[in-house]
Design a protein around this ligand. Sequence first.
Ligand SMILES: CC(C)(COP(=O)(O)OP(=O)(O)OC[C@H]1O[C@@H](n2cnc3c(N)ncnc32)[C@H](O)[C@@H]1OP(=O)(O)O)[C@@H](O)C(=O)NCCC(=O)NCCS
Length: 282
Amino acid sequence: MTTAIRQNITKTVAQTGAQNNLTIDWVSDTRSMERAAGDGLLTLYRDVFAEAPYFETFTDDEVFGFFMTAVDQGGLVLTARDPNNEGRIGAFVSSIPLAAKESVASHVSDLLDTTRCAYFAEDGVAANLRRRGISGTMKKILIECNALAGFDNVLLRTSINSYPQISAVTKAGGRVISGLFQDVASPKQSGETAMDRRVFFLFNRQAAQQQTAIINRVTIAEIEGRNTAIIQDPVQATDRPSLAFRLRDTYAAIDRVVFNETQGMKANPSRVAFDAKMYVPA
Ligand SMILES: CC(C)(COP(=O)(O)OP(=O)(O)OC[C@H]1O[C@@H](n2cnc3c(N)ncnc32)[C@H](O)[C@@H]1OP(=O)(O)O)[C@@H](O)C(=O)NCCC(=O)NCCS
């Protein structure tokens, strides 16, 4: 990375952070990583991924290693200070060149120029700081900094069942790569390994301009064995097919969409997976 690019990234990180009332630090070498570790990055990472649905356990050394590997691979690691306690870190994001994530790069090489694409590797916000747009701001800065470093696109992979993250990604302007999936072996709480289906989203500089619509209330429940999205908002009959298509395209775990207002779902849902506001491409 040239000095000019480094200066541009440093400036973007500071300016965009300040515009959003956040102090963002760029972890770019061992010294800044040691400082981030001392300010709580490792504990934060461990806490975030100890939660459902991950239930993962890491040592401090492992977490230090994850971030340092990203730095050494030419990736970007950004942290945000906790606005209530500037001495502590409250959020992180990181990306690596897609080529460094071989299992994903080979999966998408027919679709993307993998040499100009980054992989969105980590995204976490302290539990007490969520739903304030912090991850949205961090995503935006990460995408802009990648563009400055020559990575026009940033690819994010997440579980088809991660409704909150898919909603957050859509809100931030990420768009699904329709029909592209990857089945990944994932450790379960029971200690067994199960296959988890992942879906891909792409961000680029245009992400901030993407039009996004809000469904104020959508319940996703298993009804008659099918993941059913029950839309509670009033939606004009003529707009329903398009909304149903966009919803299923983005949230690939949804098998069918019904509009509760007229159809009235009588069946008892056996499992409610999501019941909240949801973002969908406009
Ligand atoms: C996913 C995560 C990073 C989002 O951080 P955040 O700072 O709360 O995100 P933002 O405030 O920018 O975006 C919030 C949007 O995400 C969605 N969202 C996040 N959590 C949600 C939840 N529990 N229920 C419903 N929607 C949720 C919503 O669309 C929300 O927009 P809204 O507040 O206008 O309704 C955070 O919840 C987290 O750290 N989770 C655990 C780690 C994780 O899952 N990382 C992603 C790995 S792929």
